[in-house]
Design a protein around this ligand. Structure first.
Ligand SMILES: Cc1ncc(COP(=O)(O)O)c(C=O)c1O
Length: 438
């Protein structure tokens, strides 16, 4: 590479854009930067990568198998399937549920586009239910209000590290015979009333993107389920509808060709009739949504660290909560006593009656050097959904995004200095804004 060529790993000119950096280039001196790496890597991950690279096959081999088993055990589910990412995993489940044009799915607007995108891909209509302003999770009462005869499923997102109120959601699902998908992108190891994320609905789907609490080299995902009967369809939809030949058949006829492959009750040759068959899954054609061995090997080391990673996030979140609890007009992240919160995000809430959220965020960033970001614009406000005529009636989700929420840097590598700067930044900003009002 020429000496004068810069290697871009982050920043506006990297291809990842919004998915790999919030670098602004505006000269603000940051004390606490928003990081796009949510975990901790050390020699264990390096060893895992190098070990997997030496294997004969680099995809869907022993590492994937063990990673699935270890992940299932950690989340107390019967089955787990590694996939290329959470979006592809949720798309696969949308096909598995046989959702199609004309069907409706009740869903939260307070999520990354991925959750609705998998419905749009199958021409299914998302119907948005509002959120609870304390947890920012979907409100079961509004789900109940929005169920129509066309509803086929409920897609919940456990926002920021804390699970939704699953008991009433499962009751609604049972009453109306709806599937439940848990978008678990933010919640590995989280719990609701002692039950693990991804173990309550029909399926759970996790993300191992770079930002997440555990990551498999930047991309990756996992589907969890307790439905044993879905093993074959999930495996087929994950891998191009491949299936095994019907071993009960003794002859195979293909046009003019008939193969006789049974000798003494066994196949005469391992290549007869061919290595695999291909079938639709209830009329659906899958994709290549596999995970590779290097990612899975790293995932296995991350599973071993998950308790430690979670404990660090919890300690960081609680430290900030404690440091700002007496500041009027701002609220720290709420921990529901029914839940084990795994602090994927640290969401600071501004009381709009006391402060203007944008002004608060501006001072916190420009003068205090703490970089907040906003999640999530209500999905139905995106141009593409508006073009389809999809709307939503979720005033609380709108108030949260446009007037209340700020997500502050949260990851397990935050230093004591960064935590203290975050607390001081929030306290100073509140003081400055109060001073301005007088
Ligand atoms: C709530 C939520 N769902 C789904 C996704 C998509 O995950 P992935 O990037 O693994 O496809 C994300 C990623 O940021 C997310 O935050």
């Amino acid at each position: 590479m020429a000496k004068d060529k810069k290697v871009h790993t982050t920043g506006e000119d990297s291809e990842g854009g919004i998915t790999s950096s919030y670098e602004t280039g505006d000269g603000v001196k940051l004390k606490v930067k928003y990081s796009f790496f949510g975990s901790i890597y050390d020699q264990e991950e390096e060893k895992a990568v190098l070990g997997a690279m030496k294997q004969d096959s680099l995809t869907m081999g022993p590492q994937v198998k063990f990673f699935q088993e270890e992940f299932a055990k950690a989340h107390n589910v019967r089955q787990a399937f590694a996939v290329s990412n959470c979006t592809t995993g949720m798309h696969l489940c949308t096909q598995l549920f046989q959702l199609k044009q004309g069907d409706e799915v009740i869903i939260t607007p307070n999520t990354f586009i991925a959750t609705s995108l998998v419905l749009l891909k199958e021409k299914v209509t998302p119907v948005y239910a509002d959120i609870d302003l304390r947890t920012f999770n979907i409100d079961p009462a509004d789900i109940a209000r929005k169920v129509t005869k066309k509803a086929k499923a409920i897609y919940v997102v456990h926002y920021g590290g804390q699970m939704c109120d699953m008991d009433p959601i499962m009751d609604i699902a049972k009453k109306h015979k709806l599937y439940v998908l848990e978008d678990c992108a933010h919640v590995p190891a989280a719990e609701y009333k002692g039950k693990k994320a991804g173990s309550i609905g029909d399926v759970g789907v996790f993300s191992f993107h770079s930002l997440k609490n555990m990551t498999t080299c930047g991309e990756g995902g996992m589907i969890t389920t307790n439905h044993d009967e879905w093993v074959k369809p999930i495996e087929m939809l994950r891998c191009m509808n491949l299936s095994h030949w019907d071993t009960a058949a003794t002859d195979f006829t293909f046009g003019k060709h008939t193969l006789h492959k049974f000798v003494d009750g066994k196949y005469s040759d391992y290549w007869i009739p061919s290595h695999f068959d291909v079938e639709d899954v209830n009329g659906y054609w899958g994709n290549n949504y596999r995970m590779n061995e290097i990612q899975a090997a790293v995932g296995r080391t991350q599973i071993k660290k998950l308790d430690m990673l979670t404990a660090k996030r919890q300690a960081n979140g609680r430290y900030i909560n404690n440091g700002i609890k007496d500041v009027e007009g701002v609220f720290g992240t709420y921990e529901d006593p029914n839940c084990k919160h795994v602090f994927h995000l640290y969401t600071l809430c501004i009381d709009p009656k006391i402060f203007d959220r944008d002004e608060f965020m501006r001072i916190l960033y420009r003068e205090e050097g703490v970089q907040g970001i906003l999640h999530y614009q209500p999905t139905y406000h995106f141009a593409g959904l508006k073009k389809l005529g999809i709307t939503g009636d979720c005033p609380l989700a709108e108030e949260f995004f446009y007037k209340r929420g700020i997500n502050l840097p949260m990851h397990p590598r935050l230093t004591q200095q960064e935590l203290d700067d975050t607390v001081a930044g929030i306290r100073n900003t509140a003081k400055k804004l109060r001073g301005k009002k007088k």
